[in-house]
Design a protein around this ligand. Structure first.
Ligand code: SME
Length: 155
């Protein structure tokens, strides 16, 4: 099996090559989710919740790959809302132990959510990835995904 770091390196290279110069955020997020989900087939949900322009206190589902996700999440609620509210990446090794976790798919056991900032350092979305195995995400995922998100959306 490929090492995580190798998979992240490949995904990062592809995502940057394909999305470079594209200004449309939906196109970039859709491509990003597709490549990352393909590279990590064990994850059951890979995608974005976007800060709603009309209602900045809410996240609204964006491009994703996986089973059905809830449409809206209030800032501060669940893992996604906590990452958005605090601006800090959430690595949750067992979602059942996370107070207020929103269960969209009962198979989800662990989760990582990374805040997404634009070049003006404004929070625009969160990247959410779910896995059916407990403890699927660790520091390697946090470092790789924070770097990837920064390279794609923060420049
Ligand atoms: N588990 C998330 C909700 C979103 S879905 O899993 C796609 C949360 O608690 O933020």
């Amino acid at each position: 099996m490929k090492e995580k770091t190798e998979s992240y390196a490949e995904a990062t290279q592809q995502i940057i090559a394909i999305t470079q110069g594209e200004q449309n955020l939906i196109a970039v997020m859709a491509t990003f989710s597709c490549i990352l989900a393909t590279e990590f087939p064990g994850n059951i949900w890979t995608g974005f919740y976007i800060v709603d322009k009309e209602n900045p206190n809410e996240l609204v589902v964006g491009p994703y790959q996986g089973t059905i996700g809830c449409l809206r999440i209030l800032m501060g609620k669940g893992v996604c809302g906590t990452a958005a509210h605090t601006g800090v990446t959430q690595v949750v090794s067992d979602v059942h132990e996370f107070p207020g976790h929103i269960a969209c798919d009962s198979r989800s056991a662990s989760e990582i959510v990374v805040p997404v900032y634009n070049a003006e350092r404004r929070l625009i979305a969160v990247l959410d990835i779910d896995n059916p195995r407990i403890g699927a995400f660790d520091k390697t995922d946090k470092i790789a995904l924070e770097s990837l998100v920064e390279q794609v959306f923060g420049k």
